[in-house]
Design a protein around this ligand. Structure first.
Ligand code: URA
Length: 235
């Protein structure tokens, strides 16, 4: 187990600054192995620490969020950011918490967040071909030719040098399809249907890799279990 200075731990996890950690320790609000500590400089096992009787957030964070419409996946854009759906201390974490890929402001569904840079790279790199499932509501009926173009691959999107890879397509209704992509290009679903002469009216992502959104309510989040993390990276 890796030991870390108590004040550094609490500030990395966004609970407080390092100097505030000294005050918390002095006030007896921080316990290590159930005992008050005299100094915030003490090196501790994070699992042994409680603050106000609660165990601490884990050092590596991996969350699933059900993104509602109207929220932006950015740290700084104008508008309402998805980070406002999380506890404030998550925004003060070091390393910072980021989304794994993005969903457009009006898109809903499964969004992952992590502070683990290697995991973020692993899940967004085109090399690993992680499947993303999208439910797509269309303005017009999907024509057979367009469906074939999607599943065969090869469509060129404007100003892109490489053709699209084949996608998996389930036509649930002529204007409602389920599309599985292994790429993550900018506005890929909307630009793809636009290139096919159609328009996306609504977009929802129920699955990312091995993970399903399930019955997580819109606007809610939950940490992933170790088994879910493993399933994500081994999928
Ligand atoms: N493709 C899009 O066009 N938008 C999204 O939000 C996700 C994929």
């Amino acid at each position: 187990m890796a030991l870390i200075r108590l004040d550094k731990l609490l500030s990395n996890l966004g609970y407080c600054t390092r100097s505030e950690a000294r005050d918390l320790a002095r006030q007896g609000r921080v316990l290590v192995d159930g005992q008050t500590v005299s100094s915030a400089a003490l090196k501790v096992d994070p699992a042994a620490v409680t603050l106000d009787g609660e165990t601490l957030d884990p050092e590596g964070l991996l969350l699933m969020l059900h993104k509602p419409p109207g929220y932006t996946c950015s740290h700084k854009d104008a508008g309402v950011l998805i980070y406002t759906l999380l506890p404030e201390r998550y925004l003060r974490r070091n390393p910072v918490l980021s989304t794994i890929g993005r969903l457009d402001r009006d898109t809903t569904g499964l969004l992952l967040l992590t502070d683990d840079g290697a995991l973020l790279h692993r899940l967004t790199s085109p090399r690993y071909k992680v499947e993303k499932v999208y439910e797509v509501w269309l303005e017009r009926d999907l024509e057979d030719d367009a469906a074939k173009t999607l599943t065969r691959g090869g469509l060129m999107l404007p100003e892109e040098p490489h053709p699209l890879l084949p996608a998996d397509l389930e036509v649930v209704e002529p204007r409602f399809v389920r599309l599985t992509l292994v790429e993550g290009r900018y506005h890929q679903v909307k630009r793809t249907f636009e290139a096919l002469g159609n328009r996306v009216l609504r977009l929802h992502r129920p699955r990312f890799g091995a993970l399903e959104l399930g019955d997580l309510p819109p606007g809610s989040f939950r940490p992933l279990t170790e088994a879910e993390r493993l399933a994500l990276v081994s999928g």
